[in-house]
Design a protein around this ligand. Sequence first.
Ligand code: V0D
Length: 227
Amino acid sequence: MNIPQHIAIIMDGNGRWAKQQGKPRNYGHLAGTENVRNIAIKADELGVKVLTLYAFSTENWKRPDDEVGYLMSLPAVFFRKFMKELMEKGVRIATIGNLDAVPEATRKVIEDAKRQTAENKGLTLVFAMNYGGRADIVQAANKAIAQGKTVLTEQDIEENLYTAGYPQIDLMIRTSLDYRLSNFLLWQLSYAELYFTDCYWPDFNEDRLTEAVEWFSNRERRFGGLK
Ligand code: V0D
């Protein structure tokens, strides 16, 4: 099987999943956090090198204050439950996006986790936090200008994106069947295979990930011969 080196996921449908069971939205978010662990471990087992997850977008600040507050508590929940196992599996934590606007306590939890896992050699688990695809391109352009560039090339942008240094994204998965990119990795998804499933994120289990990777593998095989 042809394994994608870098997978990106839009983890949608947590609220809908909760509503379906007559539970509050935050119940879905918590279930979604547990699933991050399952999918990260499975991706590592499949041989994926980098997994980038859309945890919080630049648009998510528009949600009700109590929901934003709850979401910002999830990184701490995640590391309290799973850090020991992540260390054992050699998972390295990273982020893309602007952490400056993230509440201090949440930022600290994330920065600590990055430091603790910095030398790990397994899967790189990247959380997009306060991330927007357009904002990414703009900050990359501004960094290039700060380096003294006046006329920018594609390479100038590429080298300054938050994802600089990671392999190209081979496969983007969006759960919960909306056919949108929602300002996720706009530049980086130019050549990615796009996979959409009706499955809500808390129901997107290890077998579903394997199915998506098999789909990717078959597409690569078909197009490979023609390239
Ligand atoms: C809720 C589904 C893990 C999407 C997944 C701050 C919505 C569960 C994290 C996390 C969220 C983020 C950074 C980090 C470690 C863990 C997370 C948010 C939402 C928004 F370093 N799950 N998770 N962060 N959800």
